[in-house]
Write a protein that binds this ligand. Structure first.
Ligand SMILES: [Zn+2]
Ligand SMILES: [Zn+2]
Length: 314
């Protein structure tokens, strides 16, 4: 049995959808709520000397309640959120790769007695890693699916993240980082072992390190200020790590902005100049493929509201 609650939304909430998964129908049915505010509030008629409670009209929209089968919803302490030994091994390999790269940079800088260039290269790596994280996040948010070669699992994970953003704060460290750690190991380790240029290694080490840890920065952006380490909060507020406020905008309609998740320094520029929208148009005219963000509101983008028991359990 499925039940739909009555929704009464102001126009700004028109994007919210209710989702039904009927047992007898194989496809999903979406119904957009586009009604204007029609307050159906019961107001008791005041009577002389009437001391009974008068119910004031409520203009606050009622929270969206979604009734689902829940067969894909991750549970608190879900096994899929735990780290495995394979996850930990890949993170260890990724960290070793980063240490080799940064070690080569420092050793080369000492041998050649040059410091400014490697430091500048590291800074450029940090700045460009934010841009790289944005481009990658935009790509997997908008294109492909779980059957896409190499990144299919990441696409599926990011789709799940949009539906259940809270899971990232429950995901264990190595579970969250292992996919990027594996990519860093495969691409950066050969460079780290072959190249001994301190400037190149400074750039590569910091760039790939920021990319690898971007999922941790992302998880912190979903954290509660009081529960985050004070240093993380300080770095977020200084703009060194992507802020909670900035990333929260990514999880709100129209779901097509604030893709960068390292420092977030590129977000304003990219969104103001509609860079990703321009890239989407180019791709559409070249290939005919529509990005997912054009199909909004779609179930993939809508966060499922947690049940009271889930919220309590956190
Ligand atoms: Zn996203
Ligand atoms: Zn997020």
């Amino acid at each position: 049995m499925y039940s739909l609650t009555q929704h009464k939304y102001t126009p700004i909430f028109h994007y919210q959808v209710c989702k039904i998964r009927p047992l007898l129908h194989p496809s999903r049915v979406y119904c957009s709520i586009t009604t204007t505010t029609t307050t159906t509030t019961i107001i008791s008629k005041p009577r002389t000397n009437d001391k009974s409670l008068v119910i004031e009209p409520r203009l606050i929209p009622e929270p969206l309640t979604v009734v689902t089968t829940g067969n894909h919803r991750p549970m608190i302490n879900d096994q899929s959120l735990q780290s495995t030994w394979s996850h930990r091994a890949w993170v260890a390999a990724g960290c070793t790769t980063l240490l080799i790269s940064l070690g080569e940079s420092i050793k080369g800088a000492m041998d050649l007695n040059i410091w400014i260039e490697p430091i500048l290269a590291s800074w450029v790596g940090y700045i460009l890693a934010d841009l790289g994280s944005g481009v990658y996040h935009w790509a997997i948010d908008n294109y492909g699916d779980d059957s896409t070669p190499i990144v299919g699992a990441q696409i599926e994970a990011f789709q799940g993240h949009h539906k259940w953003p809270w899971t990232i704060t429950r995901r264990q460290f190595a579970n969250n980082l292992h996919a990027l750690a594996r990519a860093v190991t495969f691409t950066v380790l050969p460079i780290a072992l072959v190249c001994h240029d301190p400037i190149v290694q400074g750039f590569v080490g910091v760039f790939s390190g920021c990319i690898m840890f971007s999922q941790q920065f992302h998880a912190w952006a979903h954290g509660t200020k009081s529960r985050l380490p004070p240093l993380v909060v300080a770095l977020q507020e200084a703009g060194m790590l992507v802020s909670r406020l900035q990333h929260a905008a990514h999880h709100r309609p129209p779901y097509n902005n604030n893709y960068c998740i390292v420092s977030g320094v590129w977000n304003e520029f990219l969104d103001k100049h509609k860079v990703f929208e321009a890239m989407e148009m180019v791709l559409y005219f070249k290939t005919g493929v529509r990005p997912r963000s054009w199909s909004e509101p779609a179930s993939e983008w809508i966060e499922e509201i947690e049940t009271p028991s889930q919220i309590q359990a956190q």
